[in-house]
Design a protein. Structure first.
Lengths: 254, 271, 345
């Protein structure tokens, strides 16, 4: 078996008496892939990705990166390993240019800390073309506030990609986006995969998830209850399975 | 006396704005009062005009902030100077004595003594009581708090944000007028610089009293108490033997310490 | 496994960038604020020129303006940094007074004036640091805090100088010294401080538009959370802005002492504070942070200063200055507001 990029073995995490994750096994393949992490609210998706990106430390279990076990995983380590998270609020500054947003906090500087403006502009421009921004209405020095929701998401994704992300985690990227915009975001993700970046995609929207991802991992109350892929299921089947899980929950707690 | 202003300011601050022009409004209202007296009209009319002028000034502030959407900090700062300039231009720097009012029933209503107890304290108490009622028990007060807390949500729930904020400014304007009259009568003269120097004291009282700078929460009683504390400071400084020159220093220090104290005491739910 | 190679092959920008005519529209768009400020200034000057050509075409009036304008320039530029970072500083004039006291007292006591000046700037910077820490570490709102500081510092200066009744500390003994000549001497008819102010402007502009610090200040003022998530040290950025302001107040203090030849404790902060604030806002920097302009602030300062002159020249008494300052602030705010949408989010 080829080396997996990321492997989580028997990860458990509790907050007080609430068990968020219970003996979860999760992996990302060595070659780039797109995995959808699905589950109802409270299933543990956020906790799982925060463990992957180093924000939380698991109570038990192991994390392996490129075949090697890691101790004391942290955000800095995660970033260094090439894991970038694109949060729901996207962490953008709307009144600034696209270029400035991309290089926020990681500016390309020259002598005495002066910013290489032209270089950043060129890089941002190139990045946007590669990702697929085909609009002629704006360029790398346009203000982000002028962009639509999907385009802003694109900027956030582009930023994650530029900084050599090998694994990009997207938390609900299509929520509150229009149809065309969601499609654009899915497009960005596909291109990222083609370029060699894997994606973990959290979504409530099974149809979006099915559209983009190859593999599906379903969490329910801290456990992995279903693992399948495109070849073995359809979107409708997935929806049915989710409903089944939800029904079991209801009956279980009745 | 500035208890009245402090109590009124709570409304503005709790609504999420600030008014730095009230000192000048005091001057303007006082001027209106003096003008009516000069014209030979009854002092009661003078009071009426002063209150109307104060309310109007507050109204303009409110309109600028709500309709034009300008930042209240800068616009009231500008208004303060504009009004003060207006007063100075109109009076050419000269004051108007009102000594002839002494011992009239009018005077005694506002400033005199009832068996040794200063009447203006009664006015202050009355105003504070009214403010407490308005703020804590009346629809107006609850809406102020909602608006200051979350503007969008308030709007979505049908609260007329513009009206509420403007009313708060008008309230401060009216309070300024009352204070102007009290000052003028106490000193038996209206002078164009009346109200200068109140800025710090009143703001200090409001913040010392526990009304935070970010809006949504307010306490009238706290402001009243804060005003008393701040007032005591002045006397206290002299009594402690520290030169009165340091007054400003202590006002500033108390304000900052109070801000810190409240900060440690109460988390701000940032969202 | 990276998507993009970090080493760019060329600095070629795409077609969109090379579209002809883009240069002009782009320039106008990017510098909109500064250009409006310039426009306001030009209109004002035209008005004055027409109303009173004799005075405004002569040199005398400019000599007078250039004597005092530098102080405002030195104060307004760092203030823009503070405002853009999302805060405000109302204490800078009192800071200036305090720093000047440090300068005057030590210079009078026989210190080398250069050292005294250094002390003044350090005092100013220290005050700025305190402001910054109160706002970032303790988390106090900058408006109230700097307002309180303003009184605190004023009180310190008054109390320390032992009385407002005294005439303060005269500094005329510095006239004619090399120190004096370097900073406020005459180059032909031009007051030296104007040259220094322009140097300060160049440095500030470079810092704001081309340096990492300026970039961070904009990001922090634009969205604090986003900046933090991207690893920008927001507390440090804001504090540095306050320190910059404080040091500039120190510089302004020294200049003031040299120009007017005296330290006077009872100096009322109100008018100058409003004038400088007005300069920033008339200059096109909005109150909500994230964006700002150095050059615009320069024109704003010029506009405000010339209004004062114009009032006197028009024969109105000095009382009108306050009125007009207030009026101009309001008008400018309204104009900028209509001019540019705020991207509320």
């Amino acid at each position: 078996m080829e080396t997996r990029f990321l492997e989580l073995k028997n990860i458990s995490k509790s907050f007080g008496r609430v068990s968020a994750l219970d003996q979860v096994n999760f992996f990302i393949k060595g070659e780039s892939e797109i995995v959808a992490l699905i589950g109802d609210n409270g299933a543990g998706k956020s906790t799982l990705i925060k463990i992957i990106s180093g924000v939380y430390t698991p109570d038990s279990g192991e994390i392996h990166i490129r075949g090697e076990k890691v101790d004391r995983w942290s955000v800095t380590q995660a970033r260094a390993a090439g894991i970038e998270t694109v949060y729901q609020d996207r962490a953008l500054v709307l009144q600034q240019t696209i270029a400035r947003n991309i290089f926020m906090g990681r500016e390309r500087t020259g002598v005495l800390g002066f910013v290489k403006g032209r270089l950043q502009l060129a890089e941002a421009d190139r990045l946007m073309r590669t990702i697929g921004f085909t609009s002629r209405v704006f360029a790398a020095d346009s203000v982000v506030a002028k962009l639509s929701g999907g385009e802003r998401q694109g900027v956030a994704i582009a930023r994650a990609l530029y900084f050599q992300a090998d694994l990009m985690i997207l938390d609900e990227p299509t929520t509150a986006l229009s149809l065309t915009e969601s499609e654009k975001v899915c497009d960005f993700i596909r291109r990222a995969k083609e370029g060699g970046t894997s994606c973990i995609f959290i979504s409530h929207n099974i149809y979006h998830a099915y559209d983009v991802a190859e593999r599906f991992v379903v969490l329910d109350r801290g456990k992995v209850v279903l693992e399948t892929d495109r070849q073995h299921t359809t979107a409708e089947q997935l929806v049915k399975d989710m409903q089944e899980i939800a029904r079991c929950n209801q009956e279980g707690s009745a | 006396m500035f208890i009245i202003l402090a109590a009124a300011m709570v409304f503005v601050v709790a609504s999420g704005e600030i008014d730095l022009s009230f000192g000048s409004i005091v001057g303007l209202a006082g001027w209106a009062f003096a003008l009516t007296l000069e014209a030979g009209l009854s002092p009661c009319l003078g009071v009426l005009f002063a209150v109307i002028v104060g309310a109007l000034a507050g109204f303009i502030n409110g309109v600028i902030v709500t309709r034009l959407g300008l930042s209240s900090l800068v616009s009231t700062l500008g208004m303060g100077f504009l009004i003060r300039g207006l007063i100075n231009v109109g009076t050419q720097g000269e004051g108007t004595p009102v000594t002839f009012l002494r011992d009239t029933p009018f005077y005694n209503t506002f400033i005199g003594n009832i068996r040794g107890f200063p009447v203006h304290m009664l006015w202050a108490l009355g105003f504070v009581a009214l403010s407490v009622l308005l703020f804590n028990y009346h629809k107006f007060g609850t809406r102020i708090s909602c608006v200051g807390d979350n503007l969008e949500s308030s709007r979505e729930m049908g609260i007329n944000v513009a009206t509420i904020k403007t009313l708060a400014f008008v309230y401060v304007g009216i309070a300024s007028a009352i204070v102007a009259i009290q000052f003028t009568l106490t000193n038996q003269i209206f002078y164009p610089t009346i109200g200068e120097g109140l800025l710090m004291i009143v703001l200090a009282a409001v913040f010392v009293g526990g009304t935070p700078g970010w809006g949504g929460i307010g306490t009238i009683m706290g402001a009243a108490l804060g005003a008393c504390i701040v007032g005591v400071i002045t006397s206290g400084i002299v009594a402690a033997g520290i030169s009165h020159l340091f007054t400003d220093f202590f006002y500033g220090l108390i304000m900052i310490l109070a801000l810190m104290g409240h900060k440690l005491n109460e988390p701000r739910y940032r969202y | 496994m990276a998507v993009l190679d970090k080493k760019p092959k060329s600095l070629d920008l795409s077609e969109e960038f090379r579209r002809p005519g883009r240069g002009i529209t782009d320039f106008l768009d990017k510098n909109r604020r500064a250009l409006s400020a310039l426009l306001v200034f030009v209109i004002l000057m035209l008005f004055f020129l027409i109303a009173n050509p004799k005075v405004f075409l002569g040199t005398g009036i400019y000599e007078a303006v250039f004597t005092s304008l530098p102080i405002r320039i030195v104060l307004v530029l760092p203030l823009v940094f503070v405002i853009v970072s999302g805060e405000i500083d109302l204490s800078f004039v009192s800071n200036m007074t305090l720093s000047l006291w440090a300068f005057a007292a030590t210079a009078k006591a026989g210190w080398n004036p250069f050292l005294s000046a250094l002390l003044a700037v350090s005092v100013g910077g220290f005050v700025g640091l305190v402001n910054g820490l109160l706002v970032t570490r303790v988390g106090l709102p900058s408006l109230m805090t700097t307002l309180g500081m303003s009184f605190l510092l004023q009180g310190l200066a008054i109390g320390g100088a032992r009385g407002p009744g005294t005439t303060g500390i005269p500094l005329t003994f510095l006239e004619g010294t090399p120190f004096y000549n370097i900073f406020v001497g005459r180059i032909g008819n031009l007051p030296a401080q104007m040259v220094w102010a322009l140097v300060f402007l160049v440095v500030a502009t470079l810092l704001f538009n081309y340096h990492k610090f300026g970039s961070h200040v904009c990001c922090v003022g634009d969205n604090l959370e986003s900046s933090r998530e991207m690893g920008i040290h927001t507390a440090r950025v804001k504090t540095l802005a306050f320190v910059y302001m404080g040091m500039a107040a120190g510089i302004a203090g020294v200049l003031y002492g040299l120009i007017y030849g005296v330290f006077f404790a009872r100096f009322k902060p109100g008018d100058l504070m409003l004038a400088v604030l007005a300069s920033a806002f008339i200059g096109g920097t909005p109150t909500w942070g994230g964006v700002g302009t150095m050059i615009g602030a320069l024109f704003g300062a010029c506009t405000v200063r010339f209004i004062q002159t114009g009032i006197i020249e028009a024969g109105l008494t000095g009382f009108w200055t306050q009125f007009f300052n207030g009026l101009i602030v309001l008008l400018a705010l309204a104009a900028h507001k209509l001019h540019e949408p705020r991207y509320r989010y």
